[in-house]
Design a protein around this ligand. Sequence first.
Ligand code: ATP
Ligand code: MG
Length: 136
Amino acid sequence: MNRTLVIVKPDAVERGLVGEVLARLERRQLRLVAAELRLIDLATARRHYAEHEGKPFIEGVIALLTRSPALVAIVEGPGETWKVVRAMIGATNPAEAAPGTIRGDLAVDMSQNVIHGSDSAESAQREIAIFFPHLA
Ligand code: ATP
Ligand code: MG
């Protein structure tokens, strides 16, 4: 079994979409290993999005992720779980995300795109260590 990190972002928690997003993942037969509603602090958000430091959109992304509680979770499945989750999430820009994907069905705005999923097995390992050090 392989694990990946998922964050149901504050915009989605505010809209009451936690159940909808988790239900989609669970219906796909991905199992929840850990899940916690928490206010992500600035330092943790910056560490999480370290690859984007210096890019023009970074401050907006950090502000979004820290503005209200997010649902941080680890999901587990057979095969390349990170890849399955990314396919379910859809394109970064919800306006371009295919219908049937989480962003393609639930979002339209790049800065409020509902969910984060790790983008590689290495990212999954790194991000799980950030948010759930006891499970890394
Ligand atoms: P995430 O890491 O949140 O799952 P992603 O992997 O699809 O999203 P990244 O390239 O990692 O996309 O970008 C992180 C976040 O930064 C995106 O979710 C989006 O909100 C924002 N973002 C990315 N590119 C842009 C851009 N060109 N303009 C504005 N915001 C952007
Ligand atoms: Mg990313």
